[in-house]
Design a protein around this ligand. Sequence first.
Ligand code: CMP
Ligand code: MG
Length: 389
Amino acid sequence: MVRYKKNDVIFRQGDVGDCAYIIESGQILIYLTKDDNEIPLSLIGPGEIFGEMALLDNQNRSASARALEETVLNMVNREQVLERVNSSDTIVQLLMRVLLKRIRNQNMKMLAPKKESSLYDLTEWASSPDQKAIDKIKLEIRIKEAFANKEFRLYYQPIIDLKTRQIVGAEALLRWESPKEVIPPIVFIDLLENSSMMIPVGEWIIEQACIDLKEFHKCHPKFVSSINISARQILAPNFLDYIESLTKKYSLSPSCLKLEMTERIMMEGVLAIEMLKKCHNLGYPISIDDFGTGFSSLQYISQMPIDDIKIDRSFVMKITQDLKTQAIVETLLFMARSLNLNVISEGIENQDEMNWLKSKGSQYGQGWLFSKAIPRNDLITKMKTNLII
Ligand code: CMP
Ligand code: MG
């Protein structure tokens, strides 16, 4: 904490700034100086923060600050502020920069002759749009429109029993087919999962998966569909009611709707884990996706109601050449066996990979060797003709 006496200047407009201040007690005047005159901007007191702008946009102090009475301040350093800002959503960062620029421009306008200041506005703004953040906002808008225009489809990638080579189920995967082009999942899935659109789109996915499952059951009564569930979805207050109402509506047993989640779900804390337990108690199987690539705490495996783990394709693609990968996967398979978990290996692309995984105890597989993700009717044809490998 630092103490200032009445009339002490804390910093002047144009100074280099390396900390912000929270007022503990006292009063601060924020002001500009023009031709030896003071232009007051703001009078602030306990609990308020100032001097943050220079930290956020790395420019000089946009105004001066002076104590109007005996004042005590807490200093907040640059790292404390920036580590939080830098880890925040890029759109929030963009909005923050826009607002800072507006304040700086307004301050400048008060100081500069009128004509120059309006020119400054335009050139400043034109020189610094953050293309990435703007593209992200535009993509979010497109996702919303695409959903309204019914441009999303569910494709299915079969899951194979490696011993019998029969299809036992499939993973439902979201595809975006706009009238102009097919937009690859890598472009939009992450953004979707982190936006509020995940809730309506997620609900559509579950309902469509139920409708399709009825069709799959006509040729394969034990078919299980796996749907990817994001943390945002499972934490939505009506998730359980929603999924329950759908399985009832379509007279499906919960046991044929598997919920796939990445390890990241464990980082959401107790609430997410409670939700998983409730889903499991109602009979929905739980699968851990991309196993071994994310939040690698083995602690949760013993606490969680997990039915199977999916070995990520990044392991599978190296499995026939890399000894270290082999050792890791063998350990995972051993652990899964001891804990009574099924293992599905993802991204199997050739016979050698399949043979290795099968011989080490992976019961199920998924990958281009068997099939890419395909539309529902193509999968039904495949099942009818038994055309797998
Ligand atoms: P900074 O630019 O680091 O230093 C001056 C501080 O004054 C600034 O951060 C803000 O905290 C504050 N400030 C700048 N302009 C205004 C304004 N127009 N109104 C209120 N406070 C301001
Ligand atoms: Mg998945």
